[in-house]
Write a protein that binds this ligand. Structure first.
Ligand SMILES: [Zn+2]
Length: 594
């Protein structure tokens, strides 16, 4: 069943979206009706074979088997897919074994993920590397792993051949192409997992928004990359037509389901709240176990020093728990209003979930603009969520902000633990001498001029190098149709020196076991938000002179061995492109992949 786009029906106007069939969760999730799939609208583009559009190019190269499959052609006359989706209604077995469908699946999910960010944030987003296209490699290697590699501008998706899944040791042989270009339908393909594709695309998009989050920082920083990637994967499932409805269960003849099937506990055990069901089952050798089910964590205010949460994925699960808990709470509240005599209408129940998930996803994405450009910590995200949502939806009548705040509080995370200044409350008046608002929306020198005139207001110490890295205008439309136009400017400060030099300059003594000749770099910086009249509204900053934070960061880097040759805090010493590739070995914890 293909979805009609109302805009496309206007005579002569080009289609704004293409309808594409995708696997809605992964091939293991479904029922007697078969694998759960969805027909989703994907932003229209000129599609060359690959498919290849202006932001993504699918290249089907398998490095294990050293096979390059031919590019998939989905195009009809106008550069888009054929009017009828070529994969609509085809049996599961055919989709699983057709490399062209695999190519469509990664393309469609990646393009939808980027579109979700762009529509929430209100502008086009650039990648974190030079170039316009991100390569998507659906069968990159015989490994149950997938990762974003910024050095090759690609997301690489691995697969697990059936023999490897049965526990046979030895090297996997790589992709086997059977007769007529068919793939083995019994293998586990990470490119067919919605959650894996959305997760990896999110790493790439976040890298474009906050490139310095890849620098060696506090442990919350890599955890944010992982947590946000999971959050985007989980929440975007709700925007697929019919998927939440089918996962909630079957309705009776009057379209109702029992109230008990949407209790807090039932909702949290639903596939909607877990991640990568098939990949998880294959790795854990246990049917029905998802790769991550963060919602089952037990909140604790003392988690931060617990070694269980030191690995980035595990630490990121704290954020995932917080957002899912918020979703469950808001969804339950909305369901209470439509529950009568122990039952609830299935369509309405799914719609309420989709509305809540959509709003939360938008909140999380918009909050990224309000984050400082460096030195991320969890309280920064809470403050950014609350303040940016307050700008968009001044009247929080559904209680999203209160629910978010209290879910963070369960883990002892408070917005007060970050420096987010509301400049309209300052006792100093901002100076806009000779400032051009038009230039302020795009010119880094103009923003620097504003900073230079307002060092006291912004509490920036000019003894340290200041560099305005990005100025990004955005236009957002709130749920009530209100337009919020803003400009987001990010600057950084840094200082580099030997341990003795840093001690003299800012009184920071690096840990005693750092050799005296080590080149140590410390960072600071901030994000300034200007309103539609060019007036500065907020300043979210990481003071370079915050000795406690700097010491915490250096201690963390030293105790985790994150040196690069004779430098500390400059690079984490990992080979290029390997940051998100925590390779899966048979004996490592499956939780440590992607
Ligand atoms: Zn990841």
């Amino acid at each position: 069943m293909s979805q009609q786009d109302p805009v496309a029906e206007r005579v002569g106007s080009p289609r704004r979206t293409f309808a594409m069939t995708i696997v809605a969760q992964d091939p293991s999730v479904g029922d007697e009706r078969g694998m759960l799939r969805a027909t989703v609208p994907v932003p229209a583009d000129r599609l060359e074979p690959g498919p290849r559009g202006h932001r993504f190019q699918v290249i089907d190269y398998d490095a294990t088997a050293r096979v390059l499959l031919p590019p998939a052609t989905l195009t009809a006359g106008d550069g888009g897919p054929a009017e009828a989706d070529p994969f609509d209604g085809r049996p599961d077995e055919e989709l699983l074994s057709d490399p062209a469908f695999h190519a469509q699946n990664v393309y469609a999910i990646a393009a939808r993920t980027l579109a979700a960010f762009e529509s929430a944030i209100g502008r086009r987003l650039n990648w974190g590397f030079l170039g316009h296209e991100l390569y998507l490699v659906p069968h990159a290697m015989a490994e149950a792993n997938a990762y974003y590699a910024d050095d090759v501008r690609a997301v690489l998706f691995g697969y697990l051949p059936p023999t490897a899944r049965r526990g046979t040791r030895g090297r996997p042989r790589g992709l086997r192409i059977a007769r007529r270009g068919r793939l083995d339908p019994g293998a586990v393909y990470t490119c067919l997992s919605h959650d894996v594709v959305a997760h990896e695309t999110t790493h790439a998009v976040l890298d474009g928004l906050r490139h310095r989050f890849l620098m060696p920082g506090l442990p919350d920083q890599p955890a944010f990359h992982e947590g946000l990637a999971d959050i985007v994967a989980l929440l975007s499932v709700f925007s697929m037509p019919g998927v939440a409805k089918r996962l909630l269960g079957r309705a009776n003849l009057r379209g109702q389901i029992a109230d008990q099937s949407v209790t807090d506990q039932e909702l949290k055990h639903n596939a909607l709240f877990t991640l990568a069901e098939q990949v998880g089952s294959a790795l854990k050798d246990e049917r029905g176990s998802a790769l991550r089910d963060s919602i089952t964590l037990t909140p604790s205010a003392r988690w931060a020093s617990d070694p269980r949460y030191s690995e980035p994925h595990s630490r990121g699960e704290v954020l995932v728990w917080i957002i899912l808990e918020t979703l469950a709470r808001i969804w339950r509240k909305r369901l209470q209003d439509i529950t009568f005599a122990g039952s609830v209408n299935l369509d309405r129940a799914a719609e309420e979930g989709a509305t809540a998930a959509q709003h939360l996803l938008g909140m999380c994405v918009r909050a990224i603009d309000y984050l400082p450009p460096v030195e991320f910590e969890f309280p920064d995200f809470l403050a950014a969520l609350l303040v940016s949502d307050g700008e968009m939806v001044p009247d929080d009548k559904h209680g999203y902000r209160e629910a978010v705040r209290s879910a963070f509080a369960r883990w002892g995370i408070r917005a007060a633990d970050t420096y987010m200044a509301d400049l309209s409350q300052s006792s100093l008046t901002p100076i806009y001498r000779n400032l051009s608002y038009t230039a302020l929306r795009s010119d880094t020198d103009e923003v620097f001029r504003f900073i230079w005139e307002n060092l006291e207001l912004l509490e920036i110490d000019p003894r340290f190098y200041i560099h305005v890295e990005h100025v990004r205008p955005s236009v957002r439309v709130g749920p009530d149709g209100m337009v919020v136009a803003e400009t987001v400017a990010e600057y950084i400060q840094f200082l580099e020196g030997t341990p003795a030099g840093l001690s003299r300059a800012i009184g920071l003594r690096p840990p005693a076991n750092v050799p005296s000749g080590t080149r140590v770099r410390v960072l600071g910086g901030g994000t300034i938000i200007f309103d539609q009249f060019g007036q500065a509204k907020y300043h979210h900053r990481k003071d370079i002179r915050d000795i406690r934070r700097q010491r915490r960061r250096l201690n963390y880097l030293v105790s985790n061995g994150l040196f690069d040759g004779d430098s500390l805090g400059v690079s984490d010493g990992l080979p290029a492109g390997q940051r998100f590739a925590i390779l899966h070995q048979p004996d490592t914890d499956p939780k440590e992949t992607w």
